[in-house]
Write a protein that binds this ligand. Structure first.
Ligand code: HGY
Ligand code: MN
Ligand code: MN
Length: 416
């Protein structure tokens, strides 16, 4: 008899509710420490209490952490953590990050309703920031959670000149405590993250779930090109130092260089002519560079070639390039032991077991620096699109992912 997808329904309803909190009406944008972001934190706090978590804490950088204590009969229980981020990209989807928070919350609500406990403490973490949308720095929540928060980012400013430090204070939190948010890493047995695939592979193969084998390593940089602003009507073409033309050559080279190697991806996601005017030769351009690959060596070889080509283009055009590295994450392998436990849990629900790498970065890369980590991917609809309001999953896949994750928690319990 087909059971009603109660867990799936709950996850979908919560996702829709959270998506009503946005910085820009008409689209879902939830940037770090905005009023919408704070409203989501408050909503998660309420729901975590309703689910039956024993403790819900907010740390200095905005993480919301629910603790579901171990069976009291367990002497010196270890800690298992799971979670994902609740910030979004601009005009994003409602499942990126949030699925990985809401799904384990729904499981804890189920366990609590049945009066059941696990032989380990379970922390469900709503990481406050992963995307880097407002301040350019990424993994703020998960870096604080593992005790690796870089305090220098507190002085970064957003497009309105507001510092991260001021935004955190404005939200009623204390940035001076940002270095003291770490969980008890010494007890951390394993971290897992359930996330939408954000790509077309599972959809293409007609599969609801996938076990992640590794997460691509990434480098993110901002480039500022400085040429010479001059009159569009009187400056001969061979006397220009056009920053936008330099940017155009760079962007096309990034595309060509990365298209030449399977698995390597390169993206210029933001591009602006600084103080541009219709009748002025662009004097300055700012652009971003995002490079990723399954191996760091593949990524770094591409980066070296792109740097060399930037130098040649700028030299030829009389343009200066200043580059700032804003993120570097090494490729992260998922724990083989826990991948096998996911396979057992998936098979126990008569679903096909499929393994795949992650092209997207995740909080698991950060937590994986201090503990073993694993990830479960959930199929994305609409051609696998993500970082887009068309991002979608089905209630049936949410239900199955929740049931499989509940089984995974039991498989983990058997290893305690
Ligand atoms: O960009 C990423 O890979 C992630 O979605 N933040
Ligand atoms: Mn994302
Ligand atoms: Mn994400």
């Amino acid at each position: 008899m087909k059971t009603s997808p109660t867990l799936g329904n709950r996850i979908m309803a919560w996702s829709a509710d959270l998506a009503t909190h946005t910085d820009h009406p008409g689209m879902l944008t939830c940037a770090y420490m905005t009023p919408a972001h704070r409203a989501v934190a408050a909503q998660l706090d309420t729901w975590m209490h309703d689910c039956g978590f024993d403790e819900v804490r907010h740390d200095a950088v905005g993480n919301v952490i629910g603790l579901y204590r171990a069976d009291p009969a367990t002497a010196q229980p270890r800690l298992v953590s799971t979670g994902s981020h609740y910030d979004t990209v601009r005009d994003g989807g409602k499942y990126d990050g949030r699925l990985g928070i809401l799904l384990p919350m729904a499981i804890v609500a189920d366990l609590h309703a049945q009066g059941r406990r696990l032989p380990y403490d379970l922390e469900v973490v709503a990481f406050s920031e992963e995307e880097g949308l407002r301040f350019g720095s990424t993994f703020l929540g998960s870096s604080a959670y593992v005790g690796r928060f870089d305090n220098t980012v507190l002085d970064k400013t957003d497009a309105d000149g507001i510092s991260m430090r001021a935004a955190i204070v404005e939200a009623g939190l204390d940035p001076a405590q940002s270095a003291h948010c770490a969980t008890d890493v010494s007890r951390l047995k394993h971290y897992f993250e359930v996330h939408i695939e954000q790509g077309p592979v599972l959809l293409d193969r007609g599969l609801p779930l996938g076990i992640v084998t590794a997460i691509n390593g990434g480098v993110r940089r901002t480039l500022t090109l400085t040429g010479l602003a001059s009159h569009a009507g009187t400056t001969p073409m061979d006397m220009r130092h056009d920053a936008a033309c330099a940017a155009a050559e760079i962007i096309l080279y990034v595309e060509q260089r990365c298209a030449s190697v399977p698995g390597l991806v390169g993206t210029v996601g933001t591009l602006q002519v600084v103080n541009g005017s219709v009748n002025v030769v662009p004097g300055a351009c700012r652009l971003s560079l995002d490079l990723r690959a399954p191996q760091d060596s593949m990524r770094d070889a591409a980066l070296a070639d792109i740097e060399a080509r930037i130098e040649e283009i700028c030299q030829r055009r009389g343009v200066r390039c200043d580059m700032e590295e804003v993120m570097r994450k090494t490729a992260s392998a998922c724990a083989p032991g826990e991948q096998a436990l996911w396979a057992k849990a998936i098979a126990a629900h008569d679903a096909a077991v499929y393994e795949l790498p992650s092209g997207a970065g995740h909080d698991a890369m950060m937590v994986g620096q201090v503990a073993s980590m694993s990830m479960l991917f959930v199929r994305c609809g609409n051609g696998g699109i993500s970082h887009n309001p068309l991002e979608t999953i089905t209630v049936e896949d949410a239900q199955l992912a929740a049931q499989v994750t509940a089984s995974f928690l039991q498989e983990l319990a058997a290893t305690c």
